[in-house]
Design a protein around this ligand. Structure first.
Ligand code: SAM
Length: 223
């Protein structure tokens, strides 16, 4: 069986009982980074476990190795560095191939940064568009321009290195909607968590003054 296990996005207490049990009972854990997962087990005072480094992308030969073990009936857990595997993280190739092969797959749900940000945003979240990370080059301008006509709430991830540039570009792409609300969430569930609501017209100012540290989720209100 393949267990898709969500792990905390910052606050260790966000591990679920089921995630702990699964990570204890499985034969091995396939992880994005064995150091990060080894550290998580240690911090949670959980037993050591065989850790398989798995990039999880389609060209990763190690996916074959994990698949062979699953087909032999072993119980393998899949985790990423934080949050839900496969959400802007590796995992898709293994899950899709395991499903093709008829392997039993279970989800151990838990945190995800975009859901956490949406839930505290105060913006309409009955329907939303999750983008993941914006493309760096190809298609970036077109995607940002399309936000002006997207009626649903939009949520995307951004790294500390690009947040300033992205907020400027967002202000430009949505300049015809100066009052459209934007929520910027930083370091969710962590000690320095910050969630601030602003509007498109204030983004250039925010971009300059925003704390350039940590991890970000940006939410743009529905039209
Ligand atoms: N699999 C993860 C999930 O389920 O949310 C996402 C992994 S993605 C590689 C990492 C990005 O998620 C970060 O660059 C940031 O944009 C966002 N993120 C992760 N943890 C966060 C946190 N605690 N606060 C704000 N954003 C976070």
């Amino acid at each position: 069986m393949l267990s898709i296990v969500s792990t905390p996005i910052g606050n260790l207490e966000d591990i679920t009982l089921r995630a702990k049990r699964t990570l204890t009972e499985c034969a091995a854990i396939a992880c994005e980074d064995t150091r990060v997962t080894g550290n998580l087990l240690k911090q949670l005072e959980m037993p050591k476990k065989e850790l398989i480094s798995l990039h999880g992308y389609a060209d990763d030969a190690r996916v074959d190795g994990v698949l062979d073990r699953l087909k032999r009936g072993e119980h393998i857990a899949l985790v990423s560095d934080a949050g839900t595997p496969g959400i802007s993280d590796p995992g898709y190739a293994l899950v899709s191939r395991a499903r093709e092969a008829g392997v039993k797959i279970e989800a151990i749900p838990g945190p995800s940064a975009f859901l956490t940000a949406l839930s505290v945003s105060g913006l309409p979240i009955n329907a939303f568009l999750y983008i993941g990370f914006l493309p760096l080059k190809k298609g970036r301008k077109t995607l940002l321009a399309s936000f002006a006509t997207e009626e649903r709430t939009i949520v995307f991830y951004e790294s500390v290195h690009r947040i300033e540039k992205t907020l400027h570009e967002l202000a430009e792409a949505l300049s015809s909607q100066p009052d459209r609300p934007v929520v910027i969430a930083r370091e969710l569930t962590k000690m320095h968590e910050e969630v601030g609501q602003t509007s498109v017209s204030a983004l250039p100012e925010i971009a300059k003054s925003i704390m350039k540290k940590g991890e970000f989720v940006v939410v743009i209100g529905a039209l």
